[in-house]
Design a protein around this ligand. Structure first.
Ligand SMILES: C[S@@+](CC[C@H](N)C(=O)[O-])C[C@H]1O[C@@H](n2cnc3c(N)ncnc32)[C@H](O)[C@@H]1O
Length: 315
């Protein structure tokens, strides 16, 4: 009971119940330093909850399947039902999926050497992220795109390379000043001060809009999403990026977060109530060295029929 009475240790057991993992992988998933993870693994190993085996130069840890007495096993079943739905543990599950995806691509690299070498050579020569920049070329060059809650203008800068015009809105003079500096060279970005709940943009002025890492600051995201629907053309696209549910209470004081992430169903409901359809929500893979909670991207379409350029309705 003493050993299981610690959330980090139960998170480790939940992960090791699903998958054999190395210390480095556990560090990535738990976003904890190696010393902390090793200390907890030692405590779990001393109490026979965890087994380990050597493979090549690594040591792999798993939940001990044998040697645990039936009472202890029942105790674990009880603890795991309490812990499995805690937001931190759910976030761990997302990061475990990412670690397994990376592991699979490492083994693909090993087993199919030509394809594996190409991935390495491609990254060495050109880096990991150029194709994300290049994909912006798929935007229609006649589009007017809004960046709602633009902050210092990173998203607006990326959009400016491919859209006709970007209207970037934020309520904070300091953020807008930093955005102005960043976007000095982007003549097609129009920076406007305003609130998401009363956007300084005409009705149906935008073809698409982004709202990146903003909604968790708003006590009521519904009216802001309804405003986004108002300024989008019928058929226009909205992309919301924000956090999946987490339990980092300190973010409330440190960064003024109102929402500790959004469950998928809640985001779906907020978007459909605000006038959107075709809602698609997906968890985003997290960078190996990212320390924050896992993110999602929600894409949705402003309800109503889009009009083609000659004024006819598109079906
Ligand atoms: C965490 S920052 C994210 C900025 C940017 N989208 C990014 O991805 O880097 C959140 C931004 O939302 C802005 N913001 C928060 N509440 C707002 C509101 N009600 N109306 C307009 N902007 C708001 C803040 O000023 C801040 O710049």
């Amino acid at each position: 009971m003493g050993v299981l009475g610690d959330l980090t240790r139960t998170r480790i057991l939940l992960l090791l119940e699903r998958q054999e993992l190395t210390v480095a992988e556990l560090c990535q998933i738990l976003q904890a330093p190696q010393s902390t993870v090793s200390r907890h693994l030692k405590a779990l190993g001393d109490a026979d909850w965890v087994a380990s085996r050597a493979e090549a130069t690594s040591r792999l840890y798993s939940l001990a399947r044998e040697g645990i007495d039936p009472d202890a096993r029942r105790l674990w079943q009880l603890v795991r039902t309490q812990v499995a739905d805690v937001a931190t543990a759910v976030q761990d599950g997302h990061r475990l999926d990412d670690v397994l995806t990376r592991r699979r691509s490492r083994s693909q690299e090993f087993f199919s050497s030509t394809a594996g070498q190409w991935d390495r050579v491609r990254a060495e020569l050109f880096g990991q992220s150029f194709h994300w920049q290049a994909l912006l070329g798929l935007l229609d060059t006649e589009w007017v795109v809004g960046d709602l809650g633009c902050g210092t203008g990173q998203t607006a800068e990326a959009l400016a390379s491919s859209a006709a015009q970007v209207i970037a809105v934020d309520d904070s003079p300091a953020m807008l000043q930093a955005a102005r500096r960043r976007l000095r060279g982007c003549a097609n970005v129009d920076l406007r001060r305003g609130r998401l709940e009363a956007l300084p943009i005409d009705d149906a002025a935008l073809d698409a809009a982004t709202c990146v890492l903003v909604l968790h600051h708003l006590p009521e995201p519904g009216p802001a999403l309804a405003e986004a629907a108002r300024v989008l053309k019928p058929g226009g696209r909205l992309l919301v990026v924000d956090m999946l549910p987490h339990d980092r209470e300190t973010y409330r004081q440190q960064m003024g977060h109102v929402w500790l992430g959004f469950p998928e169903e809640e985001m779906h409901c907020l978007l459909t109530s605000a006038g959107f359809d075709n809602v698609r929500i997906r968890a985003l893979p997290s960078d190996a060295d990212a320390q924050g909670p896992a993110l999602f991207a929600a894409a949705a379409r402003r309800r109503g029929r889009a009009r083609s350029q000659n004024g006819k309705r598109n079906h």
